[in-house]
Design a protein around this ligand. Sequence first.
Ligand SMILES: Cc1ncc(COP(=O)(O)O)c(C=O)c1O
Length: 449
Amino acid sequence: MSLTDIDSYNCSNRRNLSRSIELFGRGQRVITGGNARLAVFQRPHPIYFAKGRGVHLVDVDGNRYLDFLNNFTTLIHGHGCRPLLDRLHDQLELGVSFSGPTELEVEFAELLCDRVPYFDQIRFMNSGTEAVMYTIKAARALTGRPKIAKLEGGFHGSYDPVEVSLDSAPANWGSQSAPSGTPYSTGMSESVVADTVVLPCNELRASREILEASKDRLAAVLIDLLPQRAGLVPIDPCYLAFLREFTARHGIVLISDEVMSFRLSYRGGITRFGLEADLCAFAKILGGGLPIGAVGGPSRFMLPFDSTNGKPLVPQAGTFSANPMSMAGGIATMQCLSEQHFQRFDELGEYARSSLTEMFRQQRLPYSVTGMGSMFRIHLRPEAPENYREAYATPEQQKRMGMLIWALQERGVIVSPTCQLCLSTPMSTDHIDEMVTSVREAAQMLEAA
Ligand SMILES: Cc1ncc(COP(=O)(O)O)c(C=O)c1O
């Protein structure tokens, strides 16, 4: 199958998925759960992909899809961006990893510190999970305090403290003004839950009370400016100003998780929101599709990682940290990403959100849309949610969402398991129109069922 033939693949609604079914069967024998990544598992089986080019994906059965997920927001240039491929090919010839630093990591750190003027320094690692974990370790080292605070429903990767209250449900979430800390994975230590303070996002008075009660034990407040699981609703500027002021006054480190929100502007989410965070965690678009994570901030907050005078307060290693392939991929991706791309993302994102909203109104579908910039999310409720609890889907609603997502796949559109979508630079209004038509057909089918 040649990449240039990608336009000729099957776009019909009833797709042959026999090879995906076969691979899932084989996978179930040797991979626990059938496939090795929870986020892409779906019932009755995942779709196995073979190739991507531009805005399209092709699965192992030869079906073509419009990719509105881009490996969970990572592939900002879609698939097969030429300068990225060329740079990676060149680097492949030179070497994929060495037991020493390379010029590439210096070049990439310079590029990022230039782009986000608020940063003095960066450290690289391999995933968003690791990046968030290291910001927390640094905050604890800087303050000598154990606790962290996070927003209810906030997703920050797969590290115990940040998984607290990730999927709180009505049965255990407590009152709106004082959310309970709830464990995520079975067996999560009680001490982890006890050391994690949960804040109701955008509720200033309630959050102040909660923070006041634990301020002397708090190392960090961890936020996401556009929390996806909490509805993809932007953080309120007054709430943000309060968190900045409160944390600065009490010597608490304010961490912005930019793993996804770095996509919000040329200089990241913090610049768009005018936030001077103490530490930021990055990943996703930074590596152009290769594994990456990074922590950045002003020098004094980066000090815990400094090993020049002996063992650092926070030893950060990692066999593949700053590996040449991820560095090369990141440099090429960022060099191809201009301020104009972000203006276009804002325009196209607005076009997508308003087209969907108008279509729902015209078709009398009880759905709504949230989001910002290049990201948006469809909710199976008539009013757009304003927080995690409103965005929370009951098991029955999750089942309906799964049916909508499957119907979208059958119509050739890939979205996330929470029906989040994102744009890539090769996308145009035509692709958005195509997606809106597919959402309309899939939603009408769901409502009829
Ligand atoms: C806001 C946020 N933080 C952290 C992570 C974890 O990143 P990774 O999957 O690279 O570990 C994610 C992943 O989706 C994320 O969206």
